[in-house]
Design a protein around this ligand. Structure first.
Ligand code: F6R
Length: 366
């Protein structure tokens, strides 16, 4: 049942190339330059013409929502807000005609996320869903939506659901961008890039699993970790920190890289590993200067990059190289080494990877 792996979590990490292919099957169509998402058929104008899209979710799904904010805003120019479902539902949120709520939930049963659906409906606001579990309560109660088709996720720590959620959000963004912010040629280029992601994920898994396992040996006794990223990779920093906390019980925090100067830098010393997403994109120069600041304080820098050059190597204790992709797709690749690092550290620390203490796969209490 674990497909030859020791844990469901590792199986689910390793099956991400297939899960993403399944999530895209028949939907991402480079052959006719189309994104086809039947579940939202008839609702595209509602989304394109919305005054505002409010995304509500919890945990890892909330992190996917943050990536979705960047994706959808840049593609559609519709303002997006991302809310913790638990906050949204209790504060009598301002919702007006023209707003659209989008909830994201792997299980489709998270109590607070379900309450957000009901909150939207009680105010007459349309609510769409992105769920993995077919026929789940949230899938049934939302007006329309998209299934992940990622297959069952058994490990409590969400891995393939996150990448499938970001994949679905990328499809939604490209569909919204069609005829708006992207020309036909640009759309085709982006659709091809999205279709190419599963192979790149496969390459990351094959190339970096061994290295991350040995890095896990080096860092397993750390008691704090910091994860930093900018732009599309800021939510990935949050996700990397959450993965480490929940399965290895090591305290970790994720921040937008530039926020480091506003507090967390005080924590940095020799015993503090700092994981940077350092992709050679529009954020690189700024990220590099943050890396220099950490190195100057003797922090141990681990960098995830698509261009391992001598300068970066001289500043870092470890560099994990991943394939290049378009900036908006990079979370789908950068998160993979972070999942593997948490997994291997948790195993070395003797933790119950698939069933971490105090956690449940679906949180049906508020
Ligand atoms: C983290 C994790 C949780 C869930 C959260 C929402 O690895 O699994 O943070 O993401 O409980 O669950 P769903 O997506 O089922 O609503």
């Amino acid at each position: 049942e674990k497909g030859g792996y020791d844990h469901f979590m590792l199986k689910e990490i390793m099956e991400q190339p297939d899960a993403l292919e399944d999530a895209m099957r028949g939907r991402v169509r480079p052959e006719d330059n189309q994104i086809h998402l039947g579940g939202l058929h008839g609702h595209w104008d509602q989304l394109r013409e919305a005054d505002r899209i409010v995304i509500a979710a919890c945990g890892t799904s909330w992190h996917a929502g943050l990536v979705g904010e960047y994706l959808i805003e840049s593609a559609s120019r519709v303002p997006v807000e991302v809310e913790y479902a638990s906050e949204f539902r209790y504060r009598d949120p301002v919702l007006r005609e023209g707003d659209v709520v989008l909830v994201i939930s792997q299980s489709g049963e998270t109590a607070d996320t379900l309450a957000a659906v009901r909150e939207a409906h009680s105010k007459g606001i349309p609510c769409f869903g992105i769920c993995n579990v077919v026929g789940s309560t949230i899938a049934r109660e939302t007006d329309a939506g998209v299934y992940l088709h990622a297959g069952p996720e058994i490990g409590v720590a969400s891995t393939k659901a996150f990448t499938a959620q970001v994949t679905v959000l990328s499809m939604i963004a490209l569909k919204l961008a069609e005829g708006r912010t992207l020309s036909k040629a640009e759309l085709a280029d982006n659709i091809r890039a999205l279709a190419g992601v599963p192979d790149k994920v496969r390459r990351v898994l094959n190339a970096s699993n061994g290295a991350l396992q040995s890095m896990a040996h080096t860092y397993r006794y750390a008691s704090n970790f910091l994860y930093l990223g900018r732009g599309y990779n800021f939510p990935v920093a949050l996700e990397g920190a959450l993965k480490l906390k929940e399965i290895s019980y090591i305290h970790a925090e994720g921040y937008p890289a530039a926020e480091m100067k506003h507090g967390p830098i005080a924590l940095i010393d020799r015993s503090m590993p700092v994981v940077f997403m350092a992709m050679k994109d529009s954020t690189y120069d700024k990220v590099l200067s943050n890396i220099e600041e950490v190195a100057a304080r003797e922090g141990s820098v681990i960098a995830i990059t698509d261009d391992k050059d001598a300068e970066l190597e001289s500043l870092c204790e470890a560099v994990v190289e991943i394939p290049q992709t378009k900036e908006f797709l990079s979370p789908l690749l950068t998160v993979i080494p972070l999942q593997l690092l948490s997994y291997h550290i948790a195993v070395l620390r003797g933790c119950h990877v698939d069933q971490p203490r105090n956690l449940a796969k679906s949180v049906t209490v508020e």
